[in-house]
Design a protein. Structure first.
Length: 149
C-alpha cells in the first residue's frame, strides 16, 4: 500500500470522524500521517534466495524474499550456465543482480539479464577465474535480483 493510500485511509477512518474526547480525530490523523511520511518508499521489487546446484540437475533455491509477483523457474542450460525465467519481469536497464558464493578459491558466480530475452530471463554463469572453465556444483550461493520502478 502506498503512502498516499495509507493517508487516505487514515483520513477516512480517523481524521474525518468526530468524537467528544479531549484529543480530536484531526490531531490523531495528522500525527499518524506525519509518521507515514517518515517511512521510506521502496522503489524496487526484490528476489533474494540461496541457490544450490549439483551435477547436471537444475538449480534449487531457498527463497528468502520475493516481491516480483511470481516465481522464477530455474534451469541448467549447460555446464556452468543457468537461467532464471519469469515472463516480463526483468526491466532492461532497471534490473540489478548480485551474488556471492560460500565456496573459496577462484570460482565466480556472475549474473545479469539475458541478452536473448532480457525482460524474461536472468543468466548466471559459474566459472573458475584462472582456467576460464565453466563449472557445475554450486553450494549455498546467495543471489539477489532487484528490479527498479
Amino acid at each position: 500500500m502506498s503512502k498516499t493510500l495509507v493517508k487516505t485511509q487514515i483520513d477516512t477512518d480517523i481524521t474525518n470522524k468526530t468524537t467528544s474526547k479531549s484529543i480530536s480525530p484531526l490531531n490523531v490523523g495528522g500525527n499518524m500521517k506525519a509518521v507515514v511520511d517518515l517511512i521510506p518508499e521502496i522503489s524496487y521489487k526484490v528476489y533474494t534466495a540461496i541457490l544450490n546446484q549439483s551435477g547436471t540437475n537444475n538449480p534449487t533455491v531457498t527463497i528468502l524474499q520475493n516481491s516480483l509477483g511470481g516465481n522464477i523457474v530455474w534451469t541448467r542450460f549447460a555446464t556452468g550456465s543457468y537461467k532464471g525465467t519469469l515472463s516480463n519481469t526483468f526491466t532492461v536497464n532497471k534490473t540489478y543482480v548480485s551474488s556471492s558464493l560460500s565456496q573459496t578459491g577462484n570460482d565466480i558466480l556472475n549474473g545479469g539479464p539475458s541478452f536473448i530475452l532480457p525482460n524474461s530471463e536472468i543468466d548466471f554463469f559459474y566459472y573458475h577465474v584462472t582456467s576460464g572453465n565453466f563449472l557445475d556444483n554450486i553450494t549455498n550461493a546467495f543471489i539477489e535480483i532487484k528490479v527498479y520502478n
